[in-house]
Design a protein around this ligand. Structure first.
Ligand code: ADP
Length: 227
């Protein structure tokens, strides 16, 4: 669950990246966040993950008022949010298995538990056969799927993705979006920042539109494939 009430974000230097944004997403909802480059999409995702704090207004995520969350609680908050980046940020000197296992290693899980969870996550993104290879040998779409497996390894109730298909061709982009839909189908909330309007139009999900930091639209688009 995400609730923004009159949220603004002013960066040091004075630029207001978000202005008076009020929006609510139910638990388990899937939505796209769109808008021009610089509209404030990444900033909004960063406020949810507490990578940045708002300058004004209130942010509530997974039932927690983030305004009141102290530093020591931030790592626990982040464990409940899977974040996927456009450049997937994989470690190229580690195998696929080790990349996906990383959050669990940091959290102190046992060897057996790590093996079980990593294989389950790789299976969900269709990469079980690639666990021993290095990311450099994978295609762009496969690398992004490794990033998704790493993000979902803790079974977070909420996934945030920042331009997850930015470097992929239309077919691979559609496959990646299909993976997000599968997680959403089993109850995971998904918020995807994307400027890929052609792709968004083929999917029947809520679309939030930012324009110069303001929420300029919130609704559903008609599917262009007639379905
Ligand atoms: P989008 O993801 O929609 O492209 P961003 O949220 O990345 O937009 O950026 C919104 C605006 O805030 C941009 O004008 C950007 O330059 C500015 N901005 C983003 N991060 C910072 C920062 N750390 N310091 C100063 N300005 C920033």
């Amino acid at each position: 669950m995400i609730r923004f009430t009159n949220v603004s974000k002013r960066y040091p230097g004075g630029f207001e990246a978000l202005s008076d944004v009020t929006v609510h997403m139910e638990p388990g909802e899937m939505a796209f966040l769109t808008g021009h480059s610089g509209a404030g999409k990444s900033t909004l995702l960063k406020l949810i993950a507490l990578i940045e704090r708002p300058s004004g207004g209130q942010v509530i995520v997974n039932g927690q008022n983030l305004n009141k969350m102290g530093r020591r609680k931030i790592p626990y908050h982040r464990r409940d949010i899977g974040v996927i980046f456009q450049d997937h940020r994989l470690l190229f000197d580690r195998t696929v298995f080790d990349n996906v296992a990383l959050p669990l290693v940091i959290a102190g899980y046992s060897h057996n538990e790590i093996g079980r969870l990593v294989r389950a996550a790789l299976d969900k993104v269709g990469l079980l056969s690639k666990e021993k290879v290095y990311p450099i040998t994978l295609s762009g779409g496969e690398q992004q799927r490794v990033g998704i497996a790493r993000a979902v390894i803790n079974k977070p109730p909420l996934l945030l993705a920042d331009e997850p298909t930015g470097n992929l061709d239309p077919q691979l982009s559609k496959e990646i979006m299909g993976i997000f839909e599968e997680f959403n189908r089993v109850g995971v909330g998904v918020l995807i920042a994307s400027h890929d309007h052609a792709l968004i139009r083929t999917m029947n999900h809520r679309v939030l539109v930012l324009d110069h930091g303001r929420l300029a639209g919130d609704g559903y688009v008609r599917r262009s494939d007639g379905a």
